[in-house]
Design a protein. Sequence first.
Length: 291
Amino acid sequence: MKKLPLLLALAASVTAVVFTGAAGAVQGGQFDATNAYSYVAMSVYYDANNVPLWRCTGTMISAKSYVTAGHCTGLDEGSVPKHAELWFTNALKASDVGNYPFDGSPCTGYTGYPCKGDVGGTPVPHPGWTGELTTPNTHDMGVVHLSANAPVTTFAKLPPRGYLDTLANARGQQNVNFTIVGYGVQVEMPKFEVAKGQRFIGVTQLQDLKSNLAGGYEVRMTASNGGGTGGSGTCFGDSGGPIFHTAANGTTYLVADISWGTKYCNGTSAGYRLDSDSARSFLASQGVSLP
């Protein structure tokens, strides 16, 4: 396996949310004004001492099963999360932010974001996740088992085994679109970022599925426009968020979780495929019903 030296996993450190004017979390995306993706949540992870570590995005696939990235649920930057809290709002309000001082202290006794969400649970990374992005099989996926039902009534639909393989051999790949959803950073520059805690939706285009780097385990996407579509990208905090593809029959599938992107959130990004044998075996081991 080869480690990716210049690529950035897209978890975000837990910083104070900045309430500013309109901007795109998913780069080039649109705010989820109609709450169409109510089952896509923002999550914060905590170490064994209840100190908040980082923020991610993820997707409910059943009442108590939340799918996200391996580097959200497992070893990353030398830390291992022991607990997670989820927020299902599509726009975190000032009143949702609690009294935490954002100084690296434990969350014990504090309220609101980033310490207390709508529901909590236990994160479990894919057993192959090592804390490093290695190709072609990064194993960058995980689940959070919730302690109570999520406050939503609809869930994402997982794809059949090998669903994306048909796209790998299709002509006109540059016209294959994916919908991405996330709560990530709007602006990423050296020593500066702006986060708002809002759910944004974007459209990316297929770059490849079967190259030596992708290896059938990743879907690689480009933020470039093509065929009149595309133009969106991923950024910090979008990690673990959904990558959707809509089939010819109109069914929308959760085909991958957002894994990594290039520096300053421009250009290429990738997600870990959920239709691979590796992903499906892990999901089955976690009690997830598969199509």
